[in-house]
Design a protein. Sequence first.
Length: 139
Amino acid sequence: MTAPEQTVCGVGEALCASTDIVERGRAWVWDVLEHGRPVRAFALRFDGQLIGYLNRCVHVAAEMDWQPGEFLDTDQRWIVCSIHGATYEPANGRCVGGPCGRGRLKPVAVRELDGQVYWYPSLDIRPVPFDTAPSETLP
């Protein structure tokens, strides 16, 4: 079973080379906007499939990786939130244990083409505009 599909909008955004995401290894993490608010997303390879989700636990809206890009448990079987141990099925984002109840991780559409990984914005998950002035200025 694969991650639930999202309605994608527009052209894919290049993320990385396909070889940068190895089977059950470190995920590729990048910034997106969900409903205009900053959040991180991640893509990883699991059982040969490229999958992507928002980096936000269903239990508490916090980033889940226990080290940058590290989402899988020690057996590399489940996605685990580092804060309270909520556990998710990588293939579909469904909660399988811990305090996440019956929730699911929010999928992000990712695909591979000609050795490149792309993500596809949706109606509610958009790219971060790089031509926008930062909201905070440094002293």
